[in-house]
Design a protein around this ligand. Sequence first.
Ligand code: KG4
Ligand code: ZN
Length: 357
Amino acid sequence: MLAKPLILGLETSCDETAAAVVGAGTRVYSNVIATQHELHRRYAGVVPEIASRAHLERILPVVREALQDAGTGFEDLDAIAVGHRPGLIGSLLVGTSAAKALAWSLGLGLIGVDHIAAHLQACYLDTDPDQPLREALGLVVSGGHTSLLHVHGPLEVQVLGRTIDDAVGEAYDKAAVILGLDYPGGPAIDRLAGRGDEHAHDLPVAMLGPDSLDFSFSGLKTALLYAVRGKPKGSGNRFERDAGDLTDAQRADFAASFQRAAVTALVAKLQRALDRVDVGTLLVGGGVSANSLLRERVETLARDRGLILRLPAPGYCMDNAAMIAGLAAARYDAGSFDDWTLSAATHSAVREGWIAI
Ligand code: KG4
Ligand code: ZN
């Protein structure tokens, strides 16, 4: 007997087509992710048109596989959930339309979930269901977002800070391009950094004034570009050197120095926030929460401050639909459903102030 409510979640915000069946918000019965990395690799980034077409081809096979893996069928489901914001509009529309069609034809409730809030819910997947999301400090670090949140409960968060320019994952991906590494860049830099000297280059850690809880990563990206390739000449796209001139050891030193600066900025803002909000739990989610140095540094921080630390299992850091279905369970329990006017939106609801999810 599968735990209730049994929710089918869909996720199509960027370049992963995903479906999952989750019971009681935390028990993951299936988690299918069809990644499109091979389609976007030659462009070193996600091409929106290619992404939406691929979602369209893959969404129904992925849903069927999720039901099959969970050993269940449409008739056992209690609701259909979808990540409907933020993301690439064409991609989000595929998931949102599929979720509406499924919910309408099956006579089930529809729940649209904010992808950013769902990344924190990933910390609770496959954990003891008796440990609900408590008041916590939450950090969401992904390819599109870097947000510091005071989490008051699963359906209520307060934005404390966010990036004023690039997201940290985006900076990782750009740094990988600068160093001539493969796409997606975050995991490549993480691996390479393990072999380098993090003090080889003194790259900037943006603090943005003594009280700021915001982040900035574009200066770090530019500093890395100039350190690797020298100063630009003439109109700006010719440089003194090329990343191809680097030895493997030099490349590793750059990766490690970049990673030290990026992670130091994230941890510094967590420390500042912890001086201001009284919480017993620290949550970190999003693709960059898979990063080995960040995981190590937040473990130390939580130990020093006597906090419970919740990090997603590695398989739930990157985009997935289990986190969408997991967060939707809280909405289901609260009797909060969406109607057929639910639409896709490029921006997160989690932007400023207090937000009801
Ligand atoms: O959450 P996510 O899957 O998608 C978005 O919502 O954006 O995050 C993807 C981001 C990419 O920028 C990727 O390079 C980064 O997460 N990432 C990492 C690591 N694994 C994924 N960044 C640093 N270290 C990693 N190990
Ligand atoms: Zn994400």
